[in-house]
Design a protein around this ligand. Sequence first.
Ligand SMILES: [Zn+2]
Ligand SMILES: [Zn+2]
Length: 360
Amino acid sequence: MTPPTRPPEDLIQRRPEGLYCPAGDFHIDPWRPVARAVITHAHADHARPGHGAYLAQRDGEALLRARLGEDIAFQGLAYGEPLRLGAVTLSLHPAGHVLGSAQVRVEHRGEVWVVSGDYFASGAGDHNPTCAPFEPVRCHTFITECTFGLPIYRWAAQAAVIDEIRAWWAGCAAEGRHALLMGYSLGKAQHLLAGLATAQAPGPVWVHGAVARLNAAYQASGVALPAAATVTAETDWKRQRGALVIAPPAVQGSAWARRLGPHRDAFASGWMRLRGARRRQGVDRGFVFSDHADWPGLLQAITATGAQRVIVTHGDEDALIRWLREQHGLQAETLATEFHDADTELPAAASTDSPPGAAP
Ligand SMILES: [Zn+2]
Ligand SMILES: [Zn+2]
């Protein structure tokens, strides 16, 4: 793409409330209440309560309402559907991260910016089967996440990780224990459920109530998830054999987890790539399983945009910026934001599953 003559100011800017597009008069994933918010996806650090109006990809509507309240003013767009806002044309494109996750493309007088939100692109070529796969969008300026922006983060093929989890679960069942698998309740849990609750499963799959509520939002949006029973105070674990229980990380060490009876526990997270993180969590197993881009995925995704200017946010930016400048001669810079996924925190520190309407 030929770079246009740069307008006097950036098309998307950082304001105290969040990322702002002056030419279209809207914010993207703002962290303070604004009149009009364009939302990349339903995770708590991107979709916050209190905005006047929400615009997002339409597949994510039920998730946003489950998270923020049924009464939010919501406008949904299909992927690729253009919308005129002020002087810009906006469209949303698949990010592959969770249901309804979108990259925001903004075009103004021939100049194109893309804000990626969180996205999943893996060097192993995987995509998340519970949502539309990531599609790179050609642009002049790309604002990218870099949650796992270091060369040590390389994801194995997800089918192989699912096989490892299933083998661990079968081992737990053989010992007469349940298997407690912890992962973020929005997105990760559904992705795990889709991979694990199959005919080859060693036993029944149960989910925590917080996961069940979000499963219902996925199903309301037309995603066919496998059936899984919901854990309640009445669930009689002594009568269950070889159950896998999918729950948010916050249950670790809780009374809720103790009620399961004899069990082993594991985390599924990109951070499990770090041995120290696994040890600090004190879980029996860590599975490296993420819905964020790994290092090769980030590099491929950024290159595929054709962007000459890359703005890096959302993590450990330095290594990625150096690589983009030195290897590709791109203009690369950081932008401080207040995005910080519960998904990407170490599980014990994660505050997942705040009730609908609560601040993240
Ligand atoms: Zn996210
Ligand atoms: Zn995020």
